[in-house]
Design a binder for this molecule. Structure first.
Ligand code: ADP
Length: 231
């Protein structure tokens, strides 16, 4: 239950370890609380556990010990179907490589999650079109990914990730394949989505400039949070 005057916690890691065998401690005792509408950057060298942290935050991977809660629900108290439903309703994801379906145009990519949920094609297309417009791609709506620039592809991916207006967006190096100026445009779009829709953003990045768009930046090393910088 939320307490007055205290922001709702949307992601909570308590004593989270993710070990592979005895040797690899991908995460090694992570405690983390992210409030609704916060923007948090996760930095750290390659191999420090950033991707593992994102996979655990969306329940695609299970901790060896400790708990991961999203909006107060322990992801591994749920059965597979309920966890999939929670992920669909509460979590959007974007990636460095965009992960769009090549044979579908922008509207079709964005409407796919709605279609999978059982919404009719007409209503799905209408909602997808509104979201495409919101990310500034009205004129490119009927283009397939290979007819779009990198920045445009990431905009489509953002529209798809946010089609249910989830409280949480997980972003894995979203500017990693973009030039500096286009990367800035994408970060600015994420700022707008945070401001207008109140979406929480957990952003894995190597890009120092991206931390300027966040409220906090955490540094991971060897599976532990070793630093925190308040923006
Ligand atoms: P980052 O995203 O910061 O580069 P990762 O979370 O991908 O780091 O990896 C953290 C550590 O866990 C690395 O040492 C990596 O090699 C190891 N690791 C990740 N996935 C696996 C796996 N499936 N099996 C064994 N080791 C893994």
């Amino acid at each position: 239950m939320s307490q007055p005057g205290r922001a709702r916690t949307i992601v909570q890691f308590e004593g989270v370890r993710r070990h592979y065998g005895n040797q690899v401690h991908a995460l090694d005792g992570v405690n983390l609380e992210v409030a609704l509408s916060e923007r948090v950057a996760i930095m750290g060298p390659s191999g420090s556990g950033k991707s593992t942290l994102l996979h655990l935050a969306c329940g695609l991977d299970e901790p060896t010990s400790g708990s991961v809660k999203v909006d107060g629900v322990n992801l591994f108290d749920l059965d597979d179907d309920s966890r999939t439903r929670l992920r669909r309703e509460k979590i959007g994801m974007i990636f460095q490589t965009f992960n769009l379906l090549a044979t579908l145009d922008a509207i079709e990519n964005v409407s796919l999650p709605l279609r999978l949920k059982g919404l009719g094609w007409r209503e799905s297309a209408k909602r997808a079109e509104a979201m495409i417009e919101r990310v500034g791609l009205r004129d490119r709506a009927r283009h397939k990914p290979d007819e779009l620039s990198g920045g445009e592809r990431q905009r489509v991916a953002i529209a798809r990730a946010l089609i249910f207006e989830p409280p949480l967006l997980l972003a894995d190096e979203p500017t990693g394949n973009l030039d500096t100026a286009t990367g800035q445009e994408i970060l600015t779009l994420l700022d707008e989505m945070n401001r207008d829709l109140g979406i929480t953003i957990l952003l894995v990045t190597h890009n120092e400039a991206a931390t300027a768009h966040c409220d906090r930046a955490l540094t991971l090393r060897d599976g532990r949070i070793v630093g925190e910088h308040i923006g």
